[in-house]
Design a protein around this ligand. Structure first.
Ligand code: HSE
Length: 291
């Protein structure tokens, strides 16, 4: 039997749509696997009632298939589905590491990225690596056509999760198909600034590089209270705010000593709109760990 903890992740960070991702210190999924003739899945924890246990429909079923590693897989969800915190990626990454160990396959974490991404495709219809890469490798990751690059950043973060859900499929449908050359230049500049900030552990630079004028405005319309939460976080000292992944979670970057104030301001922002929310005071964290 092998047990693995894999963290929640926040993808995009605004300017790095489908490319940037960061591992959070909390929450996390715990996945336990044991050898079996056929794959079976049991799900407990946050939002488990919405997660199918049929291996054909569950993200970890695709991972077991890809690794040719049939197993009984128990998933204890700490990362609520449809949150924008990489819920399916956490399960897929944990299962990939656990099954690889159970069957002594000997894959590196980098080699497991496309395997876990297959699991993501079951949920979102698209195999993208921006959540599974940080869930497996930890840190800040850049997942591009040339592979995955990892940066060991030390940045404080707050993720505020309202009590609403947005499916990744729905959030991808509102993404514009085209951008202007001005938006392209602006986004490249912002993304480069953000990467420099991660390399220097500089929350001001990271925050300054988060703006995305193409994807974020259309998706923000799906998140009730989004503008109020952003304004509140910035007024409380956040250096940048954006949608976490496909939402409805909202991600803020700040200094360590401002995490509590920023978290409380974001909760107030959702409350103004009559929404219950939960705030995670976090930082850039480690990837999946065998327990
Ligand atoms: N990059 C993805 C998106 C992450 O924003 O749609 C969510 O799975």
């Amino acid at each position: 039997m092998v047990t693995v903890r894999a963290p929640a992740t926040s993808a995009n960070l605004g300017s790095g749509f489908d490319v940037f991702g960061v591992a959070l210190t909390r929450p996390a999924d715990i996945v336990r696997v044991s050898r079996a003739a056929e794959t079976s899945i049991e799900v407990t924890g946050a939002g488990s009632q919405f997660i199918p246990e049929d291996p054909e429909k569950n993200t970890v079923g695709a991972v077991a298939e890809a690794l040719d590693a049939p197993a009984h897989i128990e998933i204890n969800k700490g990362v609520r589905p449809a949150s924008g915190l990489g819920s399916s990626a956490a399960s897929a990454a944990a299962a990939a590491v656990a099954l690889d160990q159970l069957y002594n396959r000997g894959h590196s974490r980098e080699q497991l990225v496309p395997v876990a991404a297959e699991g993501e495709a079951v949920v979102s219809g698209d195999a993208h690596d921006d959540n599974v890469a940080p869930a497996l490798l930890g840190g800040f990751t850049i997942a591009s056509h040339s592979g995955v690059t990892r940066v060991d950043a030390d940045i404080s973060l707050v993720v505020c999760l309202p009590d609403t859900v947005i499916s990744t499929r729905d959030a991808r449908e509102v993404v514009p198909e085209q951008a202007t050359i001005e938006q392209f230049v602006e986004t490249v500049g912002n993304a480069a600034t953000l990467v420099a900030g991660m390399c220097r552990d500089d929350p001001d630079l990271v925050g300054a590089g988060m703006h995305n004028s193409v994807v974020t405005p259309t998706r923000a319309g799906l998140i009730e209270g989004y503008d109020a939460v952003c304004e509140a976080a910035l007024a409380a000292g956040a250096t940048g705010v954006t949608i976490s992944g496909a939402g409805p979670g909202v991600l803020a970057v700040c200094r360590e000593n401002q995490r509590r104030t920023v978290a409380s301001a974001m909760l107030d922002g959702f409350e103004e709109h009559g929404l219950d929310a939960r705030a995670y005071q976090s930082r850039v964290g480690a990837g999946a760990q065998i327990l």
